[in-house]
Design a protein around this ligand. Sequence first.
Ligand code: ZN
Ligand code: ZN
Length: 402
Amino acid sequence: MKIKIHRGSHQIGGSITEIKTESARIIIDIGSELPSADTKKVANFEIEGVTAGVPDCDGVFITHYHGDHVGEFEKVLPEVPIYMGEVAKKIYLTLQRKIKRGKPDIVEMFKTFEAGKPIIIKDIKITPYMIDHSAFDAYMLLIEAEGKRILHTGDFRMHGARGRKMPAVFEKYAKNIDVLIIEGTMLSRSGEKVMTEHELGRKAKELIQDNKSVFVFCSSTNIDSIAQFYSATIQSKKPFIVIDDYQQEILKIVTNNSRSSLYDFSKQKIYAYSTRNKKLHEYMKDRGFCMLIRAGKISEKVVKEFPNSLLIYSMWEGYLNKNHTAFNESISNIVGTAKEVGSKYQYLHTSGHATVDDIKKVCEITNAKMIIPIHTEAPEVFTKMSIAGEIVLLKDGEGVTV
Ligand SMILES: [Zn+2]
Ligand SMILES: [Zn+2]
């Protein structure tokens, strides 16, 4: 069997991995590059049989809905099926309907998979297992073929809502792995202090109790963190407000498709700037609130309507750094506007990615014989982590036969 890393061997995001046996060929993730990557280099990638030429691929499996894992889906030849988690698909479809250049008609055609239920394609068995990540309904994939066991972790961490359960999940389903394809985002960011989602929730509660009006600037699909802000708001007896029907829909999907009370957002209220409810607006002025906002002109206007509030920034701070290639003007403008109207700024965010210690833990629990790092700017760090398995550092486009 051949494993090939088309993209993502030396960068964070843009992941594309191929697994090919005697009779089957699958792709895992087909992501866009993140703005921080050197996009000129590989902007127009093509994979013969997958995005170009005669169709020769049995399926593209998407681990989760982040753009750096699914963003290039429209390049996949229409004859090649794309698979995704069921709830992840619903969320991604909502997102694709919202954005300008979205392609919801293609996403509607995605096939879905379920945790623990194997999909058999010719001589390959693919079993998805739910994993802890900042995207909801995210998976790692266990691939069994030709007598080998390969585990592709997707993006993962062990400090989110399902983090504590993760070692037991690896222990139960992913032991004795021949090849571990594992993300290493944090290897180049190991100086960052990582708090758990639970700790984030505790701090959020303090901030929401101590400040009358609170804006939370957060990714619309970072469900674990949103759940913490929601719970802190409800406990503080304040209304939890979402900015528009798009955000409302995302949280509805999660509420309707989860059995956990952590993901029950049924008390959310919608602000909807252009058609807003005057009564709600007055109530918010009077009694305070916690409101989810994101990049865009509408959020900027709303932030102006409620001066002297608190803005909690719950995203990666690199977007605010003018000297970073990932600098985002729209995000930076909102933070700037909030400061202009006298609002305070507080950074409160936790990473979606595993710490160095947790990466090592997965290498150990899975007892992986061979380890291929992806989704990292520093794959060579793996060789210095005293991991028992053989570390294989591939370049983009390189493969290994196992
Ligand atoms: Zn990623
Ligand atoms: Zn991700």
